[in-house]
Design a protein around this ligand. Sequence first.
Ligand code: UD1
Length: 425
Amino acid sequence: MPTDPGPGGQIVVRRVGELQGTIDVPGAKNAVLKLMAATILADGEYELTNVPAIADVRILGDLLEAIGVRTWSPTPGVLRLTNDGDLVPVAPYELVERIRASINVLGPLLTRFGRVRLSMPGGDDFGARPIDMHVAGLEQMGATFKFSHGELEATADRLHGADVTFPFPSVGATENIVTAAVFADGRTTIDNAAREPEVVDLCEMLVAMGADITGIGTSTLVVGGVERGSLRPVDHRTVPDRIQAATYVAAVAVAGGELTIRDARAGHMQNLLARFADMGLELTATDRDLRVASEGRLRSIDVQTLPYPGIATDYKPLVITMLSVADDVGIVTENLYPGRFRYVEELLRLGADIRTNGHHAVVRGVPRLSGAPVKAHDIRAGAAMVVAGLAAEGETVISGVGHIDRGYDDLVGRLAAVGADIRRV
Ligand code: UD1
């Protein structure tokens, strides 16, 4: 049956058996976008390295260009950004609506220019993504917000320090409050801050620029405000992508074989890897690499998503895909985005046995999936469809590949190089 390929064409995968070889993990989407936004804070020329070749980097690049930061890539993996100080603190709708991370320009623009106009970021396919914690934190620091016609306007001559306690450790809100606090008058404390490695990466870049941040990597961040104009541009290497790394672990888990995943930081994936070991994967980590061997059928586990260091919601489509071919029954509980189960209907098309109820999915493993046309609903769900295709007899044709391109740097080429039968059409 012909299907609409959607933007980005289709990926065709067939099960061929074991994967063998080495895969390099690129830099993290969820870090690099925030690093790019941080260049708003100080004039000069920046060089970001280990930058993944993904659509979201290009979209945020376009947004920064619209604001006045020039971006160009002299070689693959390197992004130079020049901020000559002549910026317009306005983010247009056409760009903001394409990428949720555009909300990360809010803190830097507001703290540097005292005002910002931004279209409200939209939701994702897995539900609404509110920004109330970003707004409440900035209001505590003296910002005034106006909302009209789908836009927000924030003003504050100079933000002041505050004690901000989040009801939930939001990644985006932590990042916006930290960047805003960099030029605030006085000290800002963020309690129940997010501790994700990507938040740490942003804080480390800010410190290298001259910001005063302590408690990095803990749930209490303390930011001492410095004068506007006192930060300097830096060169910074993007932290490797733990979600892309986990995708290659999931691939070898369902296909069998042995992979060395280079630049996978096991220390950033400890809880996940412990559960993968419970499922029967053999994992050996060094400082920079992770070796994964998978033999025989996976065992089922129960798992729940939590903020870092818990198991990230972004891993969940991969875990459910692995469970769908594991021995026995696994229960997956989603604690961040209740609606984030839409790809389950696609797995059912491949012959998986999964029931969802509210925050829970009950996955009864079947010996083998069976290839069919499926859709990528979002970035991570799309990658999970590719992994499912490696476990399915016959051909799996994935449409909506544009979603995968938003966050994956050559997923098809990387898997083909280790023996997968996968191509893009
Ligand atoms: C980031 C990641 C995303 C990941 C998520 C959780 C990026 C670009 N995206 O998204 O891939 O899935 O972290 O690990 O880095 N919330 C509110 N009010 C707010 C902010 C958040 O209610 O003001 C809720 C959200 O709806 C969600 C939870 O808090 O239920 C976590 O969201 P948050 O950590 O902010 O995620 P993002 O930064 O949007």
